[in-house]
Design a protein around this ligand. Structure first.
Ligand code: SF4
Ligand code: SF4
Ligand code: SF4
Length: 158
């Protein structure tokens, strides 16, 4: 194997590893699922998602893409998942959002409340008019705050 193909092989493995470790999986996933069934499923959840936020990775495993929208907790993916990977209505998205104080305009004295309005769980609190933070215990990981931030200061991780 030449160095180029070796680089390609290790690059692909590294990409897969990265996908698996950073991906936010859909809500309602049953405890301890490995999402193995998803690899041979026609991604039923992707087609029914009313917010169009479910995508599949290179192995066919679904993840959430919050770049344009958030999860409305509509249960459509749960109802569509015939293999019952998504089958626990009590388990929502296993992720929490965070605000980067370096990137957030409000942490640099510019008035901005863009993230506050879509947060139905009141997880984002401001110190007066400035310096918002996200209360982890209140954040459901719904993702609606991500795309509305004009300075891309909010990230979400599992
Ligand atoms: S419908 Fe269920 S089994 Fe199919 S890809 Fe989605 S989560 Fe996986
Ligand atoms: S609950 Fe609804 S909006 Fe959320 S991922 Fe499932 S289908 Fe999409
Ligand atoms: S992910 Fe949802 S609950 Fe968490 S801070 Fe953002 S909008 Fe609020």
């Amino acid at each position: 194997m030449g160095s180029t193909s070796r680089g390609g092989f290790f690059g692909a493995i590294s990409q897969l590893f990265k996908e698996e470790n950073t991906a936010i999986r859909p809500p309602y996933a049953v405890a301890d699922t490995t999402f193995e069934e998803c690899k041979s499923c026609t991604a039923l959840c992707v087609n029914v998602c009313e917010e169009k936020i479910i995508r599949t990775d290179s192995m066919g495993v679904p993840f959430l893409d919050f770049s344009a929208n958030g999860c409305s907790d509509c249960h459509k993916c749960l109802e569509a998942c015939i293999p019952n990977v998504l089958n626990d209505p009590q388990r929502f998205i296993g992720a929490k959002a965070r605000i980067s104080t370096l990137s957030c305009m409000s942490h640099h004295n510019t008035i901005c409340f863009s993230c506050k309005e879509p947060c139905m769980d009141n997880a984002i609190v401001f110190e007066g008019m400035f310096r918002p933070i996200i209360i982890p215990d209140k954040c459901t990981g719904c993702g609606y705050c991500i795309s509305v931030c004009p300075s891309s200061a909010i990230t979400i991780s599992a």
